[in-house]
Design a protein around this ligand. Structure first.
Ligand code: NDP
Length: 276
């Protein structure tokens, strides 16, 4: 049997590193790849795990750089014949106090959290092996943001027939309207981060439906989740959960047992499916 392999994006620190740590600690049978856009930061993180007796492998992966995605995908295809578990954890958020104007925040945030994560899925979904698991680390903020959108947008984001092309067009529309200061007039909530995570959760649901249709016998489960409010560089020291606690739900979804059929295409928090 070939070695199982897990890939975690943005895992040199924060929740991503805690996910890699938990997978290594749970004696998950297979290779766990800590990936980072910066090899130096990635190597340091691998060393910090080694100091605790844990073995993770490393591969460079900057999700904002399509060449880096293509090169990593080719490596996993050649070395392992595909990927068993993919955890799209990499993400960014501007601090509340950041002086960058909203149009810039909208473009930069959507670029990483929606468009680059979508690029990852474009290149990695075809590599996911039978029985594979895909976990997209989204946020409860995306669910809250959905409820602040116009009724027409909410209807599209909750519909079963929205396509990836339509969703991507809507995410582009948000950025374009934000540049003109017209996003709220257009029915959008006034949050770049929230909108990016609404988009990521809907994208997850679209991919789940597509896999069910196109690979019905492969038993692949694709879900979005919220890790909770977690003490990391992103969320700051006041958040109630430790990174280890934040890793619990992503790891639960990554290790759903063989033969499980549910959850699939859901938004999950504290290991429970949440309404969308
Ligand atoms: P951190 O800021 O601590 O870590 C983010 C990680 O993503 C870092 O490793 C960062 O790398 C990496 N990253 C950012 N951009 C890229 C990129 N282009 N390519 C590859 N890696 C990248 O954040 P958290 O650990 O808190 O967040 C992890 C995920 O959880 C995010 O998706 C976030 O939105 C989500 N989340 C977090 C919550 C929280 O309370 N913390 C709540 C809800 C969701 P680098 O070090 O190089 O910057």
């Amino acid at each position: 049997m070939s070695t199982k392999v897990t890939v975690v994006t943005g895992s040199n620190k924060g929740i991503g590193l805690a996910i890699v740590r938990a997978l290594c600690q749970q004696h998950y049978h297979g290779d766990v790849y800590l990936t980072a856009r910066d090899s130096g930061r990635g190597d340091e993180a691998v060393k910090s795990l080694a100091a605790d007796g844990l073995t993770a492998k490393f591969h460079q992966l900057d999700i904002n750089d399509e060449k880096s995605i293509v090169s990593a995908a080719a490596f996993f295809k050649k070395t392992y014949g595909g990927v068993d578990v993919l955890i799209n954890n990499a993400g960014i958020a501007f601090k509340d106090a950041d002086p960058a104007p909203f149009p810039v925040q909208a473009e930069v945030t959507l670029k990483t959290n929606y468009f680059a994560t979508r690029d990852m899925l474009t290149h990695f979904l075809p590599l996911i092996k039978s029985g594979g698991r895909v976990v997209n680390v989204s946020s409860f903020v995306g669910a809250r943001t959905l409820n602040k959108c116009s009724a027409a947008l909410q209807q599209r984001f909750r519909s079963d027939d929205i396509t990836e092309e339509e969703l991507t067009g809507l995410m582009e529309q948000f950025v374009d309207l934000a540049k003109k200061g017209e996003h709220e007039k257009g029915g959008w909530a006034n949050t770049a981060y929230g909108t990016s995570k609404t988009g990521l959760t809907v994208l997850t649901m679209i991919h789940a439906r597509r896999l069910t249709k196109e690979r019905p016998h492969d038993g692949i489960l694709v879900n979005a989740c919220c890790p909770g409010w977690v003490r990391t560089d992103m969320a700051g020291p006041k958040a109630p959960k430790s990174p280890e606690e934040g890793a619990v739900t992503p790891v639960f979804l990554a290790l759903l047992p063989a033969g499980a059929t549910d959850p699939h295409g859901r938004f999950v928090s504290d290991k429970e499916v949440q309404p969308w």
